[in-house]
Design a protein around this ligand. Sequence first.
Ligand code: NI
Length: 220
Amino acid sequence: MDCMDDMNYGGLPPTQSGGKPPTESDGKPPHSIGCVNSDGKPRSTSWLHAPTHRLSSSGTYFVTTGTYLKQHHFTTPLRLDVLQRGLLAVAAEFGWQLEAWCAFSNHYHFVAHSPEAGAATLAPMLRTLHSKLAHWVNKLDSAPGRRVWHNFRDTRLTHEKSYLARLHYTHANAVHHGLTRVPNQYAWCSAAWFERTASPAQVETVYAMKTDFINVEDDY
Ligand code: NI
């Protein structure tokens, strides 16, 4: 069966509502490949729209958020799974259509189309995401009330070239950060999903885009 067929996302894990925190494996984030997450659960992308690769009239945005003081709170596969799943779930909840994303131990990026009504929900969406993630990770670390997130930065994309370059930049950001040599080998980004759902011509167009002309603060 195709790995896209039978998935659903569960939002954040049940530790939010009490109970024993899940165990974690230490060490560097491995690069799990294919249709399952590092915890063996199927990847949760079946409900995502296929990428459009067109700027949206309601607004297409590139967003970066880092952790407070660039602290590495999301260092394990489990934590990265929760960060990635949380981003996908909250974006869907607020009607933002993700085109590319990547999640790391101390920051994340995404490219997304805003809902028809505009981008006013961006800040509330990120507040919701950050509050849930902070609550979860602080519980895991027995650090109630600890500040986890720093302010987000967003750029509205209005030119096709800069849009396509940011798609490439985001899909391949794990390469930029030295975590993998091939974007689709990094489990916590959109590269594998993009390569499965976009046409070969679209994949070629995006991956051929130069990214050196875009100005992204990404020294994490
Ligand atoms: Ni980055």
